[in-house]
Design a protein around this ligand. Sequence first.
Ligand SMILES: C[S@@+](CC[C@H](N)C(=O)[O-])C[C@H]1O[C@@H](n2cnc3c(N)ncnc32)[C@H](O)[C@@H]1O
Ligand code: SF4
Length: 378
Amino acid sequence: MALPSLYVHVPFCVVKCGYCDFNSYVVDDAAVMDRFVRALDLELAAVAPPSVPPTVFVGGGTPTYLDAARFESFLAVLRTHVELDRVAEVTIEANPESLDRTKAQLAFDAGFRRASVGAQSFDAARLRFLDRAHDAAAVGRAVADLRAAGFENISLDLMFGLPGQTVAEWERDLETALALEPDHLSCYHLTFEPGTRLTRDHRQGRVAANDEDEDKRMFLRTRELLHARGFEAYEVSNFAGPGGPCRHNDHYWLQGDYIGVGPGASSHAGGWRGTNLKAVEAWAQAVERGLPPTGEAETLTRRQRAAEAVWLGVRRTAGVDLVAVARRLGVDPRAAFEGALRRVTAAGLALCTGDSLVLTEEGLPFGDAVGTAFLEDV
Ligand SMILES: C[S@@+](CC[C@H](N)C(=O)[O-])C[C@H]1O[C@@H](n2cnc3c(N)ncnc32)[C@H](O)[C@@H]1O
Ligand code: SF4
């Protein structure tokens, strides 16, 4: 059995961005952060991840929001439980407003070799619209700090499809990002997530969604432009440059097992899926009492797992190996989801090539809809 990967969730942010529905809180209380670091130590001791998991990913929220002293304690806790120096890929998410040279060095010295910087946009008005706590120049400074510390694998997160955005404007963002010589790029289409400020503004008519055709042109232009610059689209939103694909995400998309620690983090083990309590207080209290901090859990049937395998995997450029799914789970998606398969192929959104289901050029922007067709047939 392959070992589980490790995900560590740091749930603090300096602001809550209007589009974001991740489990994050604006907290300015040192006692809460100290408690978080202590409870994380307890949770790691209780779940006992492999000392050398295939990958480690520290995300959020904003891991770099912790001040230098607490950031150092946090890294020391991780190193108590995991031999970071021996892990094949160790990633940390870094936000431009809170990363500095000291924290970049602390992370590198602790064993982090890959950093994912949330740039989102390089346009001042767009950054304000997104509630970002940094300006465009801070993204360049963050990349420079990481490089100076020794990081050779830096990814940038960008968003497109912002209200009123055109292909020309998006190309300028892509060019600015490329000028920073990233090793990997994630380009996400802005989605209106339930419960966010952005979705409320949209419903109340204050923010209009962008033109769908322009969004589709931006999506296709992204692939074309990045391909020409040596970045391979290995997933609908992810582009591998010199740093190669993100192994942690690939592990997740291939339905690997993972242990998630921290408030709201999810874990997966052979069809069992649990999600930790989301609130920092509730999560910490459970951990301190020696209880599992699980908020919700479910055990998926083999049929559900096969549908999820297609849903997770079809966004990868290589597609989903349906034969491998059948062998692994004992449910052949070609027989179990014949109807969904027929619908997505008849609509021209996906193609069965040999053993695999692959999105067509037409289907690429609709990867989620293709995957959802299988979930609906469970
Ligand atoms: C949850 S964030 C964590 C990273 C970090 N805190 C940051 O803000 O950069 C991970 C990435 O998801 C993307 N993201 C979050 N919400 C999104 C949304 N509603 N639509 C599109 N992309 C989104 C952003 O690009 C963001 O960098
Ligand atoms: S996008 Fe990042 S910084 Fe903004 S609220 Fe979400 S996790 Fe925090």
